[in-house]
Design a protein. Sequence first.
Length: 93
Amino acid sequence: MSLSDFKDKLDESIKRIDNANNPSLSSRVKNIKELRVSTEIELKSIAHKTKISLKNLKSIENLDFDKLPSEPWRNSFITQYCECIENFSKKEN
């Protein structure tokens, strides 16, 4: 591995850690989880709609973003999770 490749991988890892520790993302996920619980949407329903495993959905809700697959899957999973719950709650209102 060349020094340039190593630097690129290191930069990517640092970016992932920064994204995982993003307080606004954590706050959004907490709010969405509260919405899911308050509207009694089952996590199984979210898994069925999004095709995201229960394991990954639980990691999202527990803010264990480092347990999720790497980019771009991580952002996609979190976005799908949030949008699915927001859409469920809009339909119920």
